[in-house]
Design a protein around this ligand. Sequence first.
Ligand SMILES: Cc1cc2nc3c(=O)[nH]c(=O)nc-3n(C[C@H](O)[C@H](O)[C@H](O)COP(=O)(O)OP(=O)(O)OC[C@H]3O[C@@H](n4cnc5c(N)ncnc54)[C@H](O)[C@@H]3O)c2cc1C
Length: 487
Amino acid sequence: MQKVPSETLPIDRKARMKIPYLGLKLRDPKERICDFDDIVIPFTPEEAQREASRCIHCPDPAPCMQACPVHNDIPSAMWLIEQGRFLEAAALYRETSALPEICSRVCPHEALCQGGCVRSAHDGPVLTGRLETFVVDYERRVKGGHVEVPVGEPTGYSVAIVGAGPAGLACAERLRQYGHDVTVFDAKPAPGGLLVYGIPNFKLPKDVVFARIGDLERAGVKFVTNTKIGVDKTIDDLFNEGFDAIFIGVGANVDAPMKVEGVDLKGVYKATEYLIRANVDPKILPPEMREPIDVKGKKVVVVGGGDTASDCLRTSVRLGAAEVTCIYRRTEAEMPGGEKDRTWAREEGAKYMFLTQPVKFIGNEKGELTAIECVKMRLGEPDESGRRRPIPIEGSNFILEADVAVLAIGYWPDETIGKTTPGLKTHKWGLIVADPETGETTRPGVFAGGDAVTGPDLVVTAEDAGQKAAKGIHKYLMSLGEKKEKA
Ligand SMILES: Cc1cc2nc3c(=O)[nH]c(=O)nc-3n(C[C@H](O)[C@H](O)[C@H](O)COP(=O)(O)OP(=O)(O)OC[C@H]3O[C@@H](n4cnc5c(N)ncnc54)[C@H](O)[C@@H]3O)c2cc1C
C-alpha cells in the first residue's frame, strides 16, 4: 500500500511518550464527574484522518495486528481512514471483529494494539483504538443507526447459546453468517453480560451495546432472558428441545467472598452489585437490585487493585461521595489494574492507600458500617503468582472511617452448569475445559469460551473465543451429515 503525504501532527512528543494514551481528547474531570457519559471526546473526521496518517504501515505482520487478539488489519484500516474511506475501514474491522464498537472502547489498547505500535518509542502510538470507534460510529450514523449483520443461507441447524456476554454475542453473530438458527439464553433480564451488568457507562455507554444487540435481533438472533440454564432448564433439556449444538459463554462473574468480620454490615457491597445498581436502568434490573445506591456526602472505601476497583471509585465520585479511597494490600507496582484507569480515577478525585489490608468492618448498633479496621502490610518474597507476598506488620492496626465499603477483590466462575451437565469436564472452581481454538468441550455438541473457560479476562478475548467457537460449531454441524430440511 502506498502512503500518501499528509499534514504533520502538532504533537507534544514528551507528554505523549510519558502517558501512552495521551493525545486522546478527554472531557475536563470537573465536568465528567457530574454525569456517567463517555469521557473521551470523539475525533472529528479531519482529526481521525490526521491521526491515522501517523501510521507508517509496518510490513505484514505488523506488531499492532499481532498484539490484537482478533488480529484486526489495523495498518490497512489506518490507510483507509487516512484517505477518508471510513465505511471501508469499518467493514474491514467487522471482518475480524463481531463487536468493534465495543472492543474499540474497552480494550486496554496500551497493552494490545497501541502497545505494539512502533511509533511508541518515537512520538507515541497511533491511537488505533479510538480510530476504530470513530469509523464504526460513523458507519452506524450514516446507516441510520442500524448495521446489517450478513446472514448466510439457512442450514436448518439450530444452536443454543447460553450467556449473552461478548463471547455469546460474538458467537451468535458469526453463526448467523454461517446460516444457522441462533437462540441466546441469559439469566439476566437483558442481554449484554458484563457489557451491561458490570462495565460502567462512562467507559462503555449502554446504547452502544444495545445498538449492536439490535443488529443481531434484526439478523434473526432470538434472545430468551430471565432463564438460568442449570436451574430453569438444563443443557440436556436444550438438546431435547431440538438444538443441534450448544455454546456456553456464562462468564466468571460471581464476586469473590471476603472472609473478614463485619462483611455483612449494611453499607458493605460487592463490586458487581454496586456497579449495577449505580449504572443500569432499574427497568432491566432484578427487583432486589432496583433501589438506587445513595452515597451522597459519604466516605466510600473500595477494597482491591484491579480495574473493577477503579470503576467503583469512579462510580462513587459520580454518585456524589464526599471522600473516595482505594485500599490495596500491595504497592501500586503490583496492582493488576491498568495505569490508565487509575490516572483517570485520580484525576476525578479518588485517593489510593497502598500496603493496607482490612481486618474488620465495624458497625453501629443499627448494623450500619461506620469504620474499617486495617493493618499495614510490607512486601515479602514473591508468591506463586510472581508478585511479592504482602505480610501484615504486627501492631500497625488503625481505624479508617467509612460509611460505605465496596469489595472489588476478584471473580469466580459459577459452577451451576458444570454440576448439571453430564459429561462436561470442569476444573479449578468450575471453569469449563474447552479447546482454545475450537471451543470443543468434553461433551459432544457442547462448546464453550470466554471467561467461563479462561477465568476473568477481557472483552476482546471473550469475543475471540466466541468467534473461534462459531467456526468450531459450524465444522461440527457440517460433519453431522445431510442437513435437515431448510427452515
Ligand atoms: C466491572 C468490570 C469491568 C470490566 N471492564 C473491562 C474493560 O474495561 N475492558 C475489558 O476488556 N474487559 C473488562 N472487564 C472484563 C470483561 O467484561 C469480561 O472479560 C467479559 O465480559 C467476559 O465475557 P463473557 O461473555 O465470557 O462473560 P460475561 O460478560 O460475564 O457474560 C456471561 C453472561 O452469562 C450469563 N449467565 C451466567 N450463568 C448463566 C446460566 N447458568 N444461564 C444463563 N445465563 C447465564 C450472565 O448473566 C451473563 O450475561 C470488566 C469486568 C468487570 C467485572
